[in-house]
Design a protein around this ligand. Sequence first.
Ligand code: TYC
Length: 139
Amino acid sequence: MIGGSTQHAVADTRKVRNRAVNTRLIRSGPDEGGSDTDRDQDGGLAVETAKPKLKRPPMFKVLLVNDDYTPMEFVVHVLERFFAMNREKATQIMLTVHTAGSAVVGIFPRDIAETKSEQVNLYSQENQHPLVSTVEMTD
Ligand code: TYC
């Protein structure tokens, strides 16, 4: 490409590099001996589209467990404070826990789920309430 358009050569190089990121080599035959300009778009290599490399993280449920002693208003306060619920939503979830025995109060990546659950349990202990939250894998 001596004397050719430098602009054009740079654009071609970029295309090849981008394709290399998104394709996987599946076959590499012997060089047929043609010059570079005779090769096909992939330079003679058989390629296929690679799987996307980013995966969503596994998610974990944070549950609240019912007990006979924690005041309802404290549970509502916990749901507002640690799970960003408004009063209406927090009251509805608290009553679900109260009647059903437990309820999922949020679904998060593992570290966030563990941290929120620990924060709830610590805060409950500090306030002398037996309220407990747990973490479970999603199915
Ligand atoms: N059962 C409690 C009561 O009657 C209220 C309560 C609700 C406690 C939810 C814990 O996770 C809980 N005071």
